[in-house]
Design a binder for this molecule. Structure first.
Ligand code: SF4
Length: 301
């Protein structure tokens, strides 16, 4: 029977996601014409659906948008897409996270200094597409990290490295080590965001102390999937769930039933989904499970 639910000290919405949602809400409220979000404002179906119900359209290319306002998501976009939208006469509202914009600024600066950039990031993720779109000729994507061996030596070339903001911090540490070995002199910018580091470090601390670790988040959210995979590696029972409906009662029954559950949520997961998961877990425990918040390593909340 489930006895304890421990909630990670850091979970859920990050600064960039909160900011993007606020920008989109304010834009939708103030707009007189149609408003369209390009791609998913953040990678969570519940958030996307809420905007849809409020009459905000969604598109996956500028071509689909005929008029009005277009909102750029938190993950950013290649500059040519913004140019295309402006050339079409659309009102562009940019909700790109400032920590993604920071990567664009680094890229512009080092390219002006003659560097070639190696960007460690999933090529299919919106953020990577936006980053690469800032200088397609001067950026090489490294993904997965095992590809590093097959990459050119680029002898005599000035090299710099940037990383996807939501990279696995442990793997990224290894990537940086391998990069320094392969390309001595490479200038590495650690562009993993603070929110990612905090979410991952909470899971790393919590997962070894529980029987099961649940991460609430969308299967389209890279950072949520990463949290679940880190948890799984540490407790052997880390699961990504979209909502409370994915919880199965039989996980907690019988001799082998789970007694202690750890709970986290990706940076794009709204609080109401996490609250519903806690409620469901308490209900499954017959109301007896204790709900506590994980202590930070320094003893703070
Ligand atoms: S995960 Fe980090 S980079 Fe991405 S939106 Fe949140 S704060 Fe910004």
């Amino acid at each position: 029977m489930l006895e304890k639910i421990i909630i990670a000290h850091s979970y859920g919405f990050c600064m960039g996601v909160k900011r993007a949602i606020k920008i989109a809400e304010e834009t939708a409220r103030a707009a007189t014409g149609p408003v369209t979000i390009l791609n998913e404002i953040v990678h969570n179906e519940a958030v996307v659906e809420r905007f849809r119900l409020e009459g905000v359209a969604q598109a996956f290319s500028v071509e689909e948008v005929k008029e009005g306002t277009i909102i750029i998501s938190a993950h950013g976009i290649p500059p040519r897409v913004i140019e295309e939208a402006e050339a079409k006469g659309l009102n562009v509202v940019n909700a790109t996270c400032p920590l993604v914009t920071r990567i664009y600024d680094i890229i512009k600066r080092v390219i002006a200094d003659g560097y070639h950039i190696i960007h460690y990031g999933d090529p299919n993720h919106d953020e990577t597409k936006g980053v690469v779109g800032h200088a397609p000729e001067r950026i090489t994507v490294l993904w997965p990290r095992s590809q590093i061996e097959a990459m050119p030596e680029w002898k005599g070339r000035k090299l710099a490295m940037t990383l996807q903001t939501t990279s696995n911090t442990k793997q990224a540490h290894e990537v940086r080590r391998l990069a320094r070995e392969k390309w001595p002199g490479i200038e590495i910018f650690n562009t993993i965001c603070n929110a990612t580091s905090q979410l991952q470090s909470a899971v790393m601390d919590l997962a070894p102390a529980v029987d099961m670790m649940l991460v609430v988040g969308s299967a389209t959210s890279a950072n949520s999937k990463r949290l679940a995979s880190i948890a799984d590696g540490l407790c052997g029972n880390g699961l990504l769930i979209g909502s409370a409906e994915d919880i199965r009662e039989d996980w907690f029954t019988g001799e082998q039933g789970i007694k202690k559950v750890g709970l986290s949520a990706g940076a794009s997961t709204p609080d109401f989904l996490v609250e519903a998961v806690i409620k469901r877990l308490v209900q499954i425990s017959g109301g007896g499970a204790e709900v506590v918040r994980q202590k930070r390593r320094n003893g703070g909340e």
